[in-house]
Write a protein of this length. Structure first.
Ligand code: TYD
Length: 136
């Protein structure tokens, strides 16, 4: 089964342009407790390189594009986030990395909890060990 879980975000367009509305419990399968966005990423910079123990997230490129790598400790996949009409679910215990940001990339992330550094696993070996325990 693919690790790439997409959420379609219907575009409510009219002659003036486009609009996307995101609602917790409807389009997004968790209560949204935090929204953050990454922009102005400098050339050649990659971000992420961590997993979360509990946090669930949905990432949407509302402008430009970047390449998201997701890894559950057994499989690694990647995909371009390049549409404001499609979000990628990043579940708990999924290692993720963002690469190849375009200069105009604005990556919006909807998250299920407030920022908590204790929820991060930032070391890949520690992530693999924790993912193995989770599978048992
Ligand atoms: P980090 O999660 O390490 O960024 P990335 O994984 O995209 O490379 O966060 C970068 C910094 O911003 C770090 O010092 C923590 C801080 N931060 C917050 O204060 N609140 C937040 O919601 C997020 C996501 C990060």
């Amino acid at each position: 089964m693919s690790l790439l879980q997409w959420i379609d975000l219907p575009v409510r367009g009219d002659h003036r342009g486009s609009l996307v509305a995101v609602e917790a419990g409807d389009t997004v399968p968790f209560e949204i407790r935090r929204v953050y966005y990454v922009f102005d990423t400098q050339p050649g910079v990659a971000r992420g390189f961590h997993a979360h123990r509990q946090l669930q997230q949905v990432a949407v490129c509302v402008s430009g594009k970047c390449r998201m790598v997701v890894d559950d400790g057994r499989h690694r996949e990647d995909a371009w986030l390049d549409s404001p009409a499609r979000g990628l679910v990043i579940d708990a215990m999924v290692w993720h990395e963002m690469h190849e940001f375009s200069a105009d990339c604005v990556l919006l992330v909807l998250a299920s909890a407030h920022y908590d550094e204790a929820d991060y696993i930032r070391n890949y070996e520690s992530f693999l060990a924790a993912a193995r325990v989770n599978c048992q």
